[in-house]
Write a protein that binds this ligand. Structure first.
Ligand code: HPA
Length: 268
């Protein structure tokens, strides 16, 4: 594992000496959610990382400045449901961390389970339930992190507070809740959504938990932001589609852009 991430990092350093403080991972349809003063961009393929196959995900790292901070934006993530292992899905996050990012903001589109989550809301992830395979399965590389990382507060409580304050400045209330990751790619059944609600989940998606685990393994601080693109299956009264998810994302991309800028501006 260290080999693959380290090789990608070595390729990165052949192309740029940019050291980001913060990484932002953009989820489905949120590709335009950061107004970066761009310095350079590098495709995942140039780093020996697999490209993304999902519409709405581009597969590149963009380096630049946002609100005076040095940032790398990961446009396009690798998903378990594309056939990547969980370990591979977390590789771009690991490369961003090796490049210097001490804080990573993970964004995603998610289905709302909690009754108070409406389409267009943004929810700070307080905790997660990961139903996809753990990305740390396999031999541990102690240079990357410990064998048994603690998961008491996978999403940094101070960053959640900072994000809530930033949202208020932007004129809206940031919701907070538990994210559950299913493997996808089929959307959940209504029965699975009911189960997830009973288990304590507020929103459901197909990406973020495995990336958080890999980043916490490396000691990186994580902030997770779920944009509620739809009510989860069985709660909306209509079938779900990826096109609807992307359409809703594009509708509120400006809200996410404002929030991300406010958060990054307020970070120490
Ligand atoms: N389920 C899983 N992933 C999602 C959803 C959903 O309802 N909406 C956006 N991503």
């Amino acid at each position: 594992m260290f080999g693959r991430a380290a090789n990608a990092y070595a390729e990165l350093r052949k192309r740029t000496d940019f050291v980001p403080e913060i990484a932002i991972v953009l989820g489905s349809g949120l590709g335009g959610a950061v107004d970066l003063e761009e310095e350079c961009s590098i495709g995942y393929d140039e780093l020996g990382l697999p490209g993304s196959t999902v519409h709405g995900h581009r597969g590149r790292m963009v380096f630049g400045t946002l609100c005076g901070k040095k940032v790398v934006v990961l446009q396009g993530r690798l998903h378990y449901y594309e056939g990547h292992s969980s370990e591979t899905a977390a590789l771009p996050d690991r490369v961003a961390a090796l490049a210097g990012a001490k804080t990573v903001v993970l964004t995603n589109a998610a289905g709302g389970i909690a009754p108070d989550l409406e389409c267009g809301d943004i929810m700070a992830i307080r905790d997660h339930i990961c139903l996809a395979p753990n990305p740390l399965i396999g031999p541990n590389d102690d240079r990357m992190g410990p064998r048994f990382p603690d998961m008491t507060a996978p999403y940094d409580p101070e960053l959640i507070e900072l994000a809530k304050t930033a949202a208020r400045k932007c004129g809206f209330e940031l919701k907070e809740g538990v994210y559950i990751q299913f493997t996808g790619p089929s959307f959940e059944t209504a029965a699975e959504v009911r189960m997830a609600g009973i288990m304590g989940a507020d929103a459901v998606g197909m990406s973020t938990a495995i990336e958080t685990i890999a980043l916490r393994h490396m000691g990186v601080k994580v902030l997770g932001l779920s944009f509620i693109s739809n009510k989860a299956c069985g709660l909306a009264g209509k079938p779900l589609s990826h096109e609807d998810v992307n359409r809703e994302s594009e509708r509120v991309v400006a809200k996410m852009r404002g929030l991300l800028a406010a958060i990054v501006g307020d970070m120490q």
